[in-house]
Write a protein that binds this ligand. Structure first.
Ligand code: UFG
Length: 328
């Protein structure tokens, strides 16, 4: 039985494909390459196409014996989603709805869905529990929360069992340094700091130093991309055992401020990275830290690369070897 990875050529998707291949799973990848990179794929049977295209979906499910789907295919820029909400609702909801229709028609019963901490919005409690209120403060988070609700109704009507995984801040790169993080344009903190270390940017701008945190900068829970991938495989295995649908956070349960991440990167790289204060970025919550107790208990998940230094070091190793990212 094969696992279909939608968006398998993207940052988290490509690490998922690597993890599945390492664990001996049969992998089918569907990616439209709007953001994905051919060089990020370590293997698997590839289909180039869009989830909103019924013809390619039918081909994928007819030509392969797929029992589980892992869905990463989505737009994921919080800022862009505020300016272009319809793009996010159309793509993020529309593609997964189409995928679910194909799964229903081809009797595929398991899906692991890539959700996000952005479903919570500004949290009332830290660490955040899955049972806490969900009140997204941007269309990206809203689109993911909407799909979570759609999944619930598809389970109810068609018996499609799901695991929705709400990631906190995905970071780091594969330990082999063969694959890593390459967004165009890059907006994520660690890759931008590393671009400063590589001399490609003059400085890192710190978006806000007047938050109610210890040093005034935003606090996030960074989780290694390979640890995220391992949680998805555990989720597939659990669904294959016939267990019920669930939603779980994935984070390390430890927060680091932007200033702490910059300082840790200086230590890892040995380079004095220049930083400058800038105004707050719209829509940034002050603190996001996960409780991942549920993932640990229910999935048996144990992050292998939990330390911030390891996360930064693996990212640094990839960036040094790929200063231009995946060259197109
Ligand atoms: N930051 C800076 N300077 C930069 C880039 C980022 O100070 O140049 C700060 C941000 O303001 C934020 C922190 O670094 O406080 C982390 O920012 P990222 O852009 O790396 O990540 P986010 O926390 O904004 O977003 C991540 C995922 C989203 C997801 C969100 C959940 O990238 O997909 O977590 O809240 F929606």
């Amino acid at each position: 039985m094969a696992i279909l990875v939608c968006g398998g050529a993207g940052y988290i998707g490509s690490h998922m494909v690597a993890e599945l291949l390492e664990k001996g799973e049969e992998v089918v990848v569907l990616d439209n390459f709007q953001k994905g990179h051919h060089d990020a794929l370590m293997g698997g049977k590839l289909y180039c196409g869009d989830l909103r295209d019924d013809v390619i979906l039918s081909k994928v499910f007819t030509e392969n014996t797929i029992d589980a789907v892992i869905d990463f295919a989505a737009d994921s820029l919080v800022g862009e989603s505020v300016v272009e909400p319809l793009k996010y609702f159309e793509n993020n909801i529309g593609s997964t709805v189409n995928l679910l229709k194909a799964m229903r028609d081809h009797k595929v019963k398991y899906i692991v869905f890539s959700s996000t901490a952005a479903t919570y919005g500004e949290p009332d409690n830290i660490p955040i529990l899955e049972s806490d209120k969900t009140f997204p403060t941007n269309p990206y988070g809203e689109s993911k929360l909407c799909v979570e609700k759609i999944l619930k109704w598809c389970d109810n009507a068609y018996g499609i069992k799901y695991t929705a995984l709400r990631y906190f801040n995905a970071a780091g790169a594969h330990v082999s340094s063969k694959i890593g993080e390459d967004h165009r344009p890059e907006s994520h903190l660690i890759p931008i700091i590393l671009q400063v270390a590589l001399g490609q940017r003059e400085k890192i701008m710190i978006f806000g130093d007047d938050y109610k945190t210890e040093d005034g900068t935003c606090v996030r829970d960074y989780v290694h991309v390979t640890d995220l991938a391992s949680a998805h495989l555990l989720a597939v295995k659990r669904l294959r055992r016939g267990e019920d649908s669930i939603t779980c956070n994935l984070g390390n349960g430890k927060g680091f401020s932007v200033a702490q991440v910059i300082e840790a990167t200086r230590k890892v790289t040995g380079i004095n990275i220049k930083a400058e204060m800038a105004p707050r970025r719209a829509g940034d919550p002050a603190v996001l830290i996960a409780s991942s107790d549920k993932a640990k208990e229910v999935l048996g998940w144990e992050p292998k690369y939990a330390s911030l230094e390891t996360i930064i070091e693996t990212a640094w190793n990839w960036h040094k070897g790929h200063p231009q990212g995946y060259i197109k």
